[in-house]
Design a protein around this ligand. Sequence first.
Ligand code: ZN
Ligand code: ZN
Length: 453
Amino acid sequence: MPILRNAARLVVALLLGCGLAAACRAADDAGAKSAPPPPGEVRWWKGNLHTHTFWSDGDDFPEMVADWYRERGYHFLALSDHNVLARGVRWVPEADLLKRGGPAVVTRCVERFGGAWVERQGTGDAAEVRLKPLDEFRALVEERGRFLLIPAEEISDTAEGVPLHICATNIAEPIQPLGGATIVEAINANLRAVHDQAEKAGREILAHLNHPNFHYAITPHDLAHAVIERHFEVFNGHPRVNQQGDARRPGVDRLWDIANTIRLVDLAAPPLFGLATDDSHDYHGPPEDSRPGRGWVMVRAAYLTPEHIVRAIKRGDFYASTGVELRDVGYDADRKVLRVAVNPVAGATYTVQFIGTLAGVDTRGTPLEPAADPATDAKERGRHRHRYSERIGEVLATVEGVDAEYRLTGRELYVRAVVTSSLPPADPVWDGQKQQAWTQPVGWLVPAAAPTP
Ligand SMILES: [Zn+2]
Ligand SMILES: [Zn+2]
């Protein structure tokens, strides 16, 4: 089905409430030493929405993890442990913590926050340390207009024999994974549970799908057809999530284009927005571990509160980054122009690619050849896996420099921008990785009655 350009009720995809002309202050002036920004001023806020701690399989105390991000200029952080919220009384064997976090992990917390902060009971093999709930430690690290902690959970499910993880940000009650006969059913079931909680609690909750290529679990077909899912990770800093794909299966960037094209052409559904996150577990490990500081979002909002941050991400007023900082990004729907302005750093050059799919493309593709490896073949059997047209997610224009714009011709189903720096990230995940920023798809049209949970 072609895109419904002639349907009676069309809405233009709207992005970017701040607009081109608005003066959005850059993020780099918000270090811990400067005065907090005046309330109500629209600006960029930096945050990570996917983080692990001792509450599940991370290797440090939650307050130490929060402190790590705060000290590095992040403005918000969601601690998203697996299937749990940090609350209630939890004593854990000290030996387990030392095994996971190293022999100095408790000492470091005592040095940072003082001996009276860390609670211990028992001695010898029976020694235990108390994990603090969010409501106890947040007062130690939060500050108005500077640093905000948002309660979150990584709902960690399986379906069709593969993992399915969804982060729910600003959640009030834990959600146990609901499963389903297929990946799409399981995504929908968990998203409905998030939606129901948000309705009941009268609360803004963001759900975003994690690392689709972890175990190559979420196929392009799945990502497209779970149409009530609106957000996913275009970048996840964990080294074992197959970010770049392989010879048979697309990298996550291309997975995004395939899913968005199928949605717009075949399903009359809006495209996904892309986040970057750390998925950090290992705060003291080697580069091949999932370390913090590799992927984040920059969100444009007037207040550093959970509601304002979540609402801005829901409407697409943010970009994903592994190092490139944007001064501005905006879509002028009247002129049909997407404009990107980079905040450059000394010694770097920048390439801006405008990526999109033109109308008339074939969205069916051809069935993917079976994997040579029998174990992979067995896992993939019965799943909808196709190889898709190279015309999906084409580079429509390339600009070298820090200011770039793309004027839509009317043939694009959507356009998005990717900015790539000549410099590597501070802590690269793979050899040859460059700092990047991803903006959200714009210029798309869908029926006003878009699918909802
Ligand atoms: Zn996960
Ligand atoms: Zn995770």
